[in-house]
Design a protein around this ligand. Structure first.
Ligand SMILES: O=C(O)[C@H](O)[C@@H](O)[C@H](O)[C@H](O)COP(=O)(O)O
Length: 229
């Protein structure tokens, strides 16, 4: 049983426009919405569109990264830095890492931040070509701690094995059950390779090698997958 609805778009601009509208609607009745948003590059136009909407609507959203690299907040690879740049002063972007990026301090920050947040109005995830989502990477020694639906921890400190060359850092990731504590959940992917990985994962009977298979198989929250070439 796969819990996924696939939405196809002709190009990235159409995908980002549709997702921005979906996330805006998910927050429409909440004066202080809260979302968990993916790092990476694909969703940045969505965040800029959301920020422009909230600057007009008067809503004050709280945003947390679905995951972050254990780097200082002024580091080019920092997801919280990218979110704060994308939203400028239109939303409160809350860190899940320590300002200096230290790993152990970051896990404490993540758990403290998340202890003050309830159900997300919406979650937006990205996915890598290795089937990772958030920072739940295949090969990480504690991957199952992040994927287990009965996991009590809201976030884990994890080390992708091998470290991804584009961002070779330890990570803080929200766990799958924490990401599923949401009214809506969206996954944003582009390109033929990622669609192929997603469809292979949808056919998988175990979490390996694609962590995203665990997301697709859970039955707590419908997964809206948004794809364009
Ligand atoms: O910290 C990260 O890298 C992200 O949270 C990660 O999970 C990202 O969403 C995917 O790697 C897709 O990234 P792109 O959208 O840039 O391909």
């Amino acid at each position: 049983m796969i819990n996924m609805e696939l939405h196809r778009y002709p190009d990235v601009a159409a995908l980002c426009g549709a997702l921005a509208a979906r996330l805006t609607a998910a927050c429409a009745t909440n004066p202080s919405p809260c979302m968990a948003l993916a790092g990476g590059k694909t969703p940045l136009p969505i965040y800029r569109a959301l920020g422009q909407h909230w600057s007009r609507s008067g809503q004050r959203a709280r945003i947390v990264p679905t995951d972050d690299r254990c780097v200082a907040h002024d580091h080019a690879a920092s997801n919280i830095a990218a979110l704060r740049a994308a939203f400028a002063d239109t939303a409160d972007c809350l860190a899940i890492t320590a300002t200096d990026g230290a790993a152990d301090g970051s896990l404490h920050v993540a758990r403290s931040t998340l202890s003050n947040i309830g159900t997300f109005d919406a979650v937006l995830l990205g996915m890598g070509e290795d089937g990772h989502f958030a920072s739940l990477f295949p090969g990480a020694s504690n991957l199952q701690e992040g994927l287990a639906l009965d996991a009590r921890a809201a976030a884990i400190l994890t080390t992708p094995e091998p470290l991804p060359p584009e961002a070779p850092f330890r990570r803080i990731s929200l766990t799958l059950p924490r990401l599923l504590n949401a009214r809506e959940l969206h996954l944003c992917i582009t390109g033929a390779r990622k669609l192929d990985v997603l469809q292979q994962a949808a056919a998988q009977s175990s979490d390996l090698p694609w962590p995203v298979a665990a997301l697709l198989r859970q039955t707590l929250v419908a997964v809206h997958v948004h794809w364009s070439p």
